[in-house]
Design a protein around this ligand. Structure first.
Ligand code: NAP
Length: 520
């Protein structure tokens, strides 16, 4: 089992020693604590000894060189090494020393040596990374190699993937890309034999960009269970940080006891280049696709579901048995299913779609193929005209909407009313057609201003989260072949939406221990 090393963010050893979360984690299997000696304002040998008494067997101790993000600039190599030497004598599990720090005389005792290299300034190319790795691998004292470098986009992280996949007969490797694009590198290590990864505490700001909390890694990404050969799934888009898909899909995989991990990939450039570079090396079997890549990803598919072909966009791609990509658009099914569950068959019913963007296309074709008559209203008239023509429906102007009961359902597919502009509404109260079902695809907030106005008018309402969970459940069934645990998926999404800080809320920690006192 690979370990999760929780990096100390504390500014003093006293603060670290008083931190219940770090103490509790140091008592658990599968967790390590990184002591960053360059962070601590009260660092003295006496104080360090107190900390070692508590943490040594579970510690990675490092005293970072100033050129590699070390916060103390006025400290010599020999002084830094003297602290690390003390840590090895006290039985620290790992000592982390940078390649640039001369360490020929260092005595490891029972500790293992992590030989590290960090570049916060730039992404490194494959040639440079391989050269460094070979050099570090040749260091007789090194037990583990750690390479961490900056990434500004997903393609910057590709050379690290080739290092990870080329691990044969070399020392264990921890390869990390800093930055949001490198998030995947912090999770997948165990798939390639890495012994550990780094995480932050739940109250910590994060010691490196893109670093998840230990709880996200343990509970959502099942880090301690990840094994070589597990399939990788994910969502590609930009932005992607706030996507709820990883939470929803990992919950489903866990609930169904299936191997596999679902990751967020922020892809800024060409998504096809991303798939060609990463899919087979990382073991990606299926991807959810979100803004702005839904149209482009259609091109990579050798087989496409008819509805996705009509819409001209996919929100799901998966590898078929021939190793080719199959594309589908589960938004369309999800919207139509959600609506039919409330109003029965759509055949012959008038449905008003607000908006003419990507979601509108999926929704309009989704209800059209169930037999609905589609009307499209949109801010930019030409877009409404084009969509209405494509689905064989009619364009209607916003100012023609007068509240009369002309429509069985109204579906908002514009982003109007979405967080943070929650007081906005695409329709005024008097424009909402009486006795319609009003369905808002916006799901943050759960109950939008439009839905509140519709309720005041006596309309039945349908929240966008229903569609979000359905489209995800449909994706899950496509790539896993298992029935989606829809209720569990819904509950986890609802909880996250109701409390955006769900995963970062610290739980009550009470070890009942006496905190070791040290000199201020
Ligand atoms: P999109 O392609 O950018 O389209 C945005 C649409 O909203 C366009 O029709 C645009 O009109 C209209 N719009 C934007 N700002 C407006 C404003 N201030 N006033 C009036 N109209 C405005 O985006 P999309 O991919 O369709 O996504 C739209 C929404 O659907 C998002 O909020 C997303 O959360 C939601 N969605 C939900 C689900 C779900 O599962 N529940 C799935 C997919 C999408 P113009 O043509 O005039 O620019």
């Amino acid at each position: 089992m690979a370990d999760i090393c929780v990096a100390s963010h504390h500014t003093s050893l006293a603060e670290l020693l008083a931190d219940e979360e770090f103490y509790m984690l140091s008592q658990r299997d599968g967790f390590l604590i990184e002591l960053r000696l360059d962070y601590y304002s009260d660092l003295t040998l006496d104080n360090f000894n107190v900390a070692l008494n508590v943490f040594a067997p579970k510690a990675i101790v490092t005293y970072r060189h100033p050129a590699e993000d070390g916060r103390r600039t006025n400290v010599s190599d020999s002084e830094r090494l003297s602290y690390l030497q003390r840590a090895a004598e006290a039985g620290a599990k790992y000592i982390d020393i940078e390649t640039r720090t001369p360490h020929a005389d260092f005595k490891k005792h029972q500790s293992q040596l992590i030989l590290s290299f960090h570049d916060f300034e730039q992404a490194l190319d494959s040639y440079e990374l391989r050269r460094r790795r070979e050099e570090m691998n040749a260091d007789a004292e090194a037990d583990i190699i750690k390479i961490a470098c900056r990434s500004d986009n997903i393609q910057d992280t590709a050379p690290l993937l080739s290092l990870l996949t080329d691990n044969a007969a070399l020392k264990p490797l921890i390869a990390l890309a800093m930055g949001e694009s490198g998030f995947w590198t912090r999770v997948v290590g165990p798939l390639f034999g890495s012994p550990l990864t780094y995480a932050r505490g739940e109250r910590a700001p994060g010691t490196a960009a893109g670093q998840p909390t230990w709880r996200e890694l343990e509970e959502n990404y099942r880090f301690h269970q990840l094994k070589p050969g597990w399939p990788v799934y994910g969502v590609i888009g930009n932005p992607i940080t706030h996507s709820l898909s990883p939470l929803m899909h990992n919950t489903a995989l866990r609930k169904m006891g299936l191997d596999g991990v679902y990751l967020p990939f922020r892809v800024e450039g060409d998504p096809i280049e991303f798939v060609n570079t990463f899919a087979s090396a990382l073991g990606i079997k299926a991807l959810s696709v979100t803004i702005p890549h839904k149209e482009t990803m259609l091109k990579i598919c050798s087989e496409v579901h008819e509805l996705a072909r009509m819409i001209g966009a996919v929100n799901t791609i998966l590898l078929n048995s021939n190793g080719a990509w199959y594309g589908a658009n589960t938004d369309a099914f999800a919207a139509a299913d959600a609506l039919e569950e409330v109003i029965g068959s759509l055949r012959g019913k008038n449905v008003l779609v607000l908006g003419a963007g990507g979601a509108a296309k999926a929704v309009a074709f989704g209800v059209k193929v169930r037999g609905a008559h589609v009307f499209v209203a949109n801010r930019t008239i030409e877009h409404a005209v084009a969509l209405a023509a494509a689905v064989g429906g009619k364009m209607i102007r916003y100012d023609e909407l007068d509240g009369r009961p002309n429509f069985a359902a109204v579906i908002n597919t514009t982003s109007v009313g979405m967080f943070p502009d929650t007081q906005q509404t695409p329709l005024k109260k008097e424009q909402i057609p009486e006795s319609s079902i009003v369905f808002d695809t916006v799901y943050n907030p759960l109950r939008t201003k439009l839905l509140k106005l519709a309720q005041e008018k006596g309309c039945e309402v349908l929240e966008g989260v229903t569609m979000f969970v359905r489209q995800g459940a449909c994706q899950f069934e496509l790539y896993s072949g298992a029935k989606a645990p829809r209720e569990a998926m819904k509950q986890v999404v609802l909880a996250a939406l109701k409390n955006a800080r769900l995963l970062s809320e610290p739980r009550a920690l009470a070890s009942g221990r006496a905190v070791k006192r040290i000199a201020p």
